[in-house]
Design a protein around this ligand. Structure first.
Ligand code: IPE
Ligand code: IPE
Ligand code: MG
Length: 257
C-alpha cells in the first residue's frame, strides 16, 4: 500500500503515446496570492516556479511542445501596476532561466502581438529566442500579448495581401494554407489543453488550433501546479479515445491494422 502511494504518475505514462503538444492556460495566480495573504504580483512570481517544473516534467514525459498562455490581449486591460509587474517579471524570469534552457536543449519561441510589449520585455524575449534557437528537445512557446481572434484577423489580412499581390490564388485557400498564416505555423495543433484555477473557458486561446484538442480542467491554482499535476493530466489524457469524427469501432480496427 505504502509503495503504491509513492508511485509517481510519471510511471503510469506510456511515453510512446505522450501528447506531442500540451497547451496550458495558467490561471489562478491572483487567487493563490490572496489565499496566502500576499500581493497578486507574488502569485505571478511563484507561478514562474510552476513554469520551470512543467518544462522539466514535459521533457521527462517526452512531450515535444509546451505552449504557455502568459499574457492575453485582454490582460492589457488590467491595472497598470499589475501589467508593469508582469512585464518586469518576464524579463527577470527569462534572464534567470536562459542558461538552464540552453543546457536542457529547450527552444523558446513567442507568439502574439509582441509589438505591444515594452521594449525591455520584447528585447529580452528576442534574445532568448536567439540564444535557444538550437534547442531540439522541447519547444517552449510563450503566448504573450496573444489572443486567438487577434491572430485570425492578422492572418486573414496577410492572406488577402498575398492574394492581391498574386502570390496565391483564392482557390489555393484551404485549412492547411490558412494554418500557415497563423503564428503557430510550424507548430502542431495541441493534443491536450490544461487550464488551472477552476474556470471552464478558453479565454481567447488557440481557438482554431484547439478544434480537436482534449481538455483538462483542474481547480489547482497555477502556483501549486507542479510536476506530478502535469503527469496526472497526461495519464488522464491517455485514458481517452480520440475519434476525430469516426466511430469507436473504426478507431479500434485502425489500431489493429
Ligand atoms: C493568471 O493568473 C496569470 C495571468 C493572467 C497573467 P491570474 O492573474 O488571472 O489569477 P486570478 O485568476 O486572478 O486568480
Ligand atoms: C487567461 O487568464 C489568460 C492567461 C492565462 C494569460 P485570465 O485570468 O486573464 O482569464 P479570464 O479573463 O478570467 O477568462
Ligand atoms: Mg485569471
Amino acid at each position: 500500500m505504502e509503495e503504491s502511494k509513492q508511485m509517481s504518475f510519471l510511471d503510469k505514462i506510456d511515453k510512446s503515446k505522450s501528447p506531442e503538444h500540451v497547451a496550458i492556460i495558467m490561471d489562478g495566480n491572483g487567487r493563490w496570492a490572496k489565499v496566502h495573504g500576499l500581493e497578486r504580483a507574488d502569485g505571478h512570481r511563484e507561478g514562474i516556479n510552476s513554469v520551470k517544473s512543467v518544462v522539466e516534467a514535459a521533457s521527462n514525459a517526452n512531450v515535444k511542445f509546451v505552449t504557455i498562455y502568459a499574457f492575453s490581449t485582454e490582460n492589457w486591460c488590467r491595472p497598470d501596476e499589475e501589467i508593469n509587474a508582469l512585464m518586469d517579471l518576464m524579463v527577470f524570469a527569462i534572464r534567470q532561466e536562459e542558461d538552464n534552457l540552453i543546457k536542457n536543449n529547450v527552444r523558446v519561441k513567442s507568439i502574439g502581438d509582441t509589438n505591444r510589449l515594452p521594449e525591455k520585455t520584447r528585447l529580452a524575449l528576442e534574445e532568448c529566442e536567439e540564444v535557444t534557437s538550437k534547442g531540439n528537445k522541447l519547444m517552449l512557446v510563450l503566448a504573450l500579448s496573444y489572443s486567438s481572434k487577434w491572430e485570425i484577423v492578422h492572418a486573414t489580412k496577410q492572406l488577402i495581401r498575398d492574394v492581391r499581390n498574386g502570390k496565391i490564388s483564392e482557390d489555393d485557400i484551404n485549412e492547411t494554407l490558412f494554418s500557415q498564416y497563423l503564428t503557430t505555423k510550424d507548430i502542431p495543433d495541441p493534443d491536450l489543453m490544461i487550464r488551472t484555477g477552476g474556470e471552464l473557458r478558453m479565454s481567447n486561446f488557440l481557438l482554431w488550433q484547439a478544434a480537436y484538442t482534449e481538455f483538462y480542467f483542474t481547480d489547482t491554482f497555477w502556483p501549486d501546479f507542479r510536476e506530478e499535476n502535469f503527469y496526472e493530466a497526461i495519464v488522464d489524457y491517455q485514458r481517452r479515445e480520440r475519434r476525430f469524427g469516426k466511430t469507436s469501432e473504426q478507431i479500434e480496427s485502425e489500431k489493429k491494422s
